[in-house]
Design a protein around this ligand. Structure first.
Ligand SMILES: NC(=O)c1ccc[n+]([C@@H]2O[C@H](COP(=O)([O-])OP(=O)(O)OC[C@H]3O[C@@H](n4cnc5c(N)ncnc54)[C@H](O)[C@@H]3O)[C@@H](O)[C@H]2O)c1
Length: 380
């Protein structure tokens, strides 16, 4: 991880986190006011003045930050067009990607052109997928504006959309040219979305970064930006980006190690699915999934009650739910068996063995997993 300030053409220095993927290597740049440096950073990466750029966003995000982005791109001589999509997971579909393709066509995007994704994970996944498929692949720059997308979705090259048969079933690996993170954009993010992003941050701590966990534990309140504070926020962004970069550089296509990023997701996904994707945000379901995975580790003797307590305390300080709703045992079982990552009828669980370490297990008795998930709502 390079934390040296990077000399800039203009504006404040940015933190740099490299993603080492050989010929597809790129950087994650993080810093206040980074948005205003977008155009200059794109030129630095070899795109010439006169290059065509399509910014994909939604009306809400674009209303806040579109003008800054447009000015920065046009100042760099880039021929810029904007497309505003409908916001929300329900619009993460092939039909919406077709709208991006239509605009790519009318804005005459060529092989050397660029798509910029300005928004949360929904915009990032769709703009990335459109870039992966337009002319068999053009460049994409991810400019995430939610905490979840900054620490997770924008980095690593997974792009795609939902199919009626399930979430993220259609997609491609397509690494960005650059990820540009401006923490100032979080100022307008609804507090519930900030909390949901914190679930992914806690995930990184538990799977491999005890130093991050120590830093988080120093704060009484992690449920809002004021409680987190500016310096911890920068540390969170840098360490989470570095953690994701490390895992992706070792295992770009999720052969093995990348699976640990799914910590909390297997049981969290059950909660999301069985509540119809409406009751919980993804990060909230993930929090319940991590609490349940911790219970499972506890019942298997893989980690201590004290470790589980530390994890639960962080989730609580972040204002996240930890108790699963009342769910039918048979429904949980069936949902686990339909998981995308089931192989030969064996469900893969990522289980914590301590604060900062996990194991991948596919030999877990499903009844024990059901019991662990239900155990999270003991007290409620
Ligand atoms: N590609 C990956 O590796 C990866 C990883 C994790 C999640 N995802 C995907 O990410 C998606 C979830 O992303 P998300 O949590 O960012 O949700 P999101 O993209 O739906 O954004 C949440 C809401 O916040 C609004 N918003 C975004 N930035 C804002 C800002 N700065 N100010 C005010 N409002 C703002 C959006 O318009 C939206 O209404 C899911 O589709 C998930 O599958 C992808």
């Amino acid at each position: 991880m390079g934390t040296d300030p990077q000399p800039m053409d203009s504006g404040a220095p940015l933190l740099t986190v490299p993603v080492d993927l050989g010929s597809a290597a790129y950087q994650v740049l993080i810093g206040r006011g980074a948005l205003g440096q977008l155009g200059a950073q794109i030129i630095k990466r070899g795109f010439k003045s006169g290059c065509r750029v399509l910014v994909v966003s939604n009306a809400h995000v674009s209303g806040h930050y579109g003008e800054t982005v447009r000015r920065s791109l046009e100042h760099a001589g880039l021929i810029t067009d904007f497309l505003e999509l409908e916001a929300g997971e329900v619009h993460k579909t092939p039909a919406t990607v077709a709208l991006i393709h239509d605009r790519a066509c009318s804005h005459q995007l060529e092989r050397g052109s660029l798509i910029v994704a300005l928004g949360g994970g929904v915009v990032g996944d769709m703009a990335g997928f459109a870039a992966a498929t337009w002319l068999r692949g053009i460049g994409v720059v991810q400019v995430p504006t939610t905490l979840l997308a900054m620490v997770d979705a924008a980095i690593g090259g997974k792009t795609g959309v939902n199919h009626a048969g399930g979430k993220n079933l259609i997609g491609a690996f397509h690494q960005p040219q650059l990820v540009l993170i401006d923490p100032e954009t979080l100022a307008t993010l609804p507090p519930r979305e900030v909390r949901a992003g914190m679930a992914e941050v806690i995930k990184y701590g538990v799977i491999g970064d005890p130093v991050l966990v120590d830093s988080l534990e120093e704060r009484q309140q992690l449920n809002c930006l004021e409680g987190i504070g500016k310096s911890l926020l920068l540390q969170i962004l840098r360490r989470s980006a570095a953690a994701k970069a490390r895992v992706v550089a070792t295992d770009e296509r999720e052969g093995s190690l990348r699976a640990i990023l799914n910590y909390g997701h297997t049981l969290g996904h059950v909660v999301e699915t069985l509540t119809g994707y409406e009751r919980y945000l993804h990060g909230e379901a993930l929090a319940i999934g991590m609490a349940a995975a911790g219970e499972l580790s506890l019942s298997l003797g893989l980690w201590s009650a004290q470790d589980q307590q530390r994890q639960l305390a962080l989730l609580e300080r972040s204002g996240l739910p930890m108790a699963a709703p009342d769910l039918d045992g048979e429904a949980i079982r069936n949902c686990l068996l339909r998981d995308k990552k089931v192989r030969d009828g064996r469900v893969r669980f990522i289980l914590p063995t301590g604060i900062g370490s996990v194991v991948i297990r596919d030999d877990i008795d499903l009844d024990q997993a059901v019991t662990a998930l239900r155990a999270t709502n003991r007290g409620s």
